[in-house]
Design a protein around this ligand. Sequence first.
Ligand SMILES: C[S@@+](CC[C@H](N)C(=O)[O-])C[C@H]1O[C@@H](n2cnc3c(N)ncnc32)[C@H](O)[C@@H]1O
Length: 266
Amino acid sequence: MRASIVARLRAAGCVFAEDEADLLIAAAPTRDQLDDMVQRRASGLPLEHVVGWAEFCGLPITVGPGVFVPRRRSEFLVGQAIAAARHSASPGGPWLVVDLCCGSGAVGVAVAAGLSALGQVELHAADIEPAAVQCARANLGSVGGTVYQGDLYDALPPALAGRVAVLVVNAPYVPTGEIAMMPPEARLHEPLVALDGGLDGVMIHRRIAAAAPDWLAPGGCLLIETSERQAPQTAAAMTAAGLKPVVSVDEELDATVVIGTLRRVA
Ligand SMILES: C[S@@+](CC[C@H](N)C(=O)[O-])C[C@H]1O[C@@H](n2cnc3c(N)ncnc32)[C@H](O)[C@@H]1O
């Protein structure tokens, strides 16, 4: 049975056919469901949508249909956010963490899980898509926290203004004209709103940076995942908003994060 599944997956172009077959066999409750799952995977649905979860920072994250699948490279964003909290004005916590454009909530959950061993964390997350919000609510259950639905900061309770220690963001940053060149798994099965960063891919970063000083605590950080090519524009948006940006790169994960700090009050 395993060999025939591997063969079907390989014929459909799955590069890691053996590993995927094992995951599908482990996830399927019955033989009929296994056949159906293999068929859906072979038709191009992302593996994570077929099995219903993705591994992220060693944590199992529920990923429903129509929800962005967390990427391995975003684990760098998580590490940078944890480091920023540890070097903040209150290195032992408590930390108020906001995951904006949260999708499944993977980034916020992983940041909270990493920090909770060191101090107290209050996690808030928000997304514009109802499917993402529902998924994030399920995932935040493991660490506690609240998920809101709405357009960027409009979703957040006004009581968070001026208090956020770590504002962690993986917003859409693919330039509109490059979406057609993305792999079909993303282009066909993840919502456009999760990918499209506008004409130059940095439109949402500019909106996020512009309002960040209203939400950050003094000395608080805004961390935005971007690409190496777009990093200067993401950093410029932070400078224009009055934040002090630093670009951080991980070559192995092909990951770039811009970290903007709000000046501490003298
Ligand atoms: C690239 S996905 C990243 C999701 C998640 N942060 C992660 O890394 O897995 C971007 C997310 O931003 C959300 N989004 C796009 N525009 C938004 C907006 N104006 N306000 C709030 N969320 C938005 C999308 O629904 C999507 O879930």
